[in-house]
Design a binder for this molecule. Sequence first.
Ligand SMILES: Cc1ncc(COP(=O)(O)O)c(C=O)c1O
Length: 377
Amino acid sequence: MRIIATPGPTHEPPYVREALSAETSNPDLDPEFMTKYIDARNMIGEMIGARGDNVVIWMGEAMSGLEAAVANLVKPGEEVISLSNGVFGDYFSELVRRYGGRPRLIRWDVRHPVDPDELQEALNESEASIVTMVHCETPSGVLNPLREVADAVKRSGKLFVVDAVSSIGAVNIDVKWGIDVLIGGSQKALNVPAGLTIMAISDEAWRRIEDCKYEGFYLNLLNWRNLESGFPYTHSEPLLNALIASLRHIMREGLDEVYKRHIDIRNRVIRAVNAYGLTLVPASMEWASPSVSAFYLPTGINDGLLRESMWRKYGVMIGGSLGELSGKVIRIGHMGYTATLEFMLPTVTALGMALMDFGLSINLNNAMDAFMGGSKS
Ligand SMILES: Cc1ncc(COP(=O)(O)O)c(C=O)c1O
């Protein structure tokens, strides 16, 4: 069996594959499609504490959600604060610039999380109405303290826009902490192919969207608010079927169990790869995301060649990184279906074998002991 252990798109579970191949009709004309859509919205709502009718699921990769959030919420010339410790956090401020806002980037080191204690003053003195942040910076595997930052943002009376693309489904999120727009994608811990964006929008954010009067067409969120006359654009039934299959699976396992499983697997993967001598990118284990682990490569080992060899020789695909970590870091996605012993034991083993092939002296037994040694971290 080949294993896709990248931080999204992920290995497809059999129930997702089956749902993708189910017979379809015409989403614009078949009333049953709307029932399915509402079902999916409600399950997402249950997962993140949102009202189902405040959830939008549309066709388009998750980037379209980030872009839509900025396009629909930012007024020309206004300041928008982007809290960032990586590529996707920075990307928000670039979007703000492109949509005519004034980006103010508050930056942390890629190995550290956004620090809620350091930002209150900046938030309080800024005239900005919107603050953006990424929950899990996938390129570094750092998980930002969403609840604490949401508290700080709410104390300053601003709207909070959050990219949760690589955390939704793997980490507990409740939009009632103070998240006004939450953006998720289909291809990470939800294990569906790329192509669906999920957005949860608060009542306050909807009011702001109405006020902003964004004139764009496809990304106009207001088109997706009231679906009484049907969908604004053609939806994808196979992707929606797959999302529903995935959400039902998650709900059957239980959200608490799913989140615990991710933490347990993260701890095992980190212990084993540390035993190979590789350093975790997050400067502290407590900041490591339950969905993706990033490690610095030892000097002299070429990222691309190592990953290619793992894939060709051992049938396991892992990721490289982006931005300033590109070429220096490998990433293992343990997301949803792949956050299990069944997937991660062979993944970690293949990494060890490949590192040995590249001349690193490592002790596989020690790493396996570390992996199997329970969830102590
Ligand atoms: C944190 C984060 N945001 C946004 C995206 C973009 O998602 P997509 O590739 O679906 O556009 C990614 C993809 O890796 C991501 O990790």
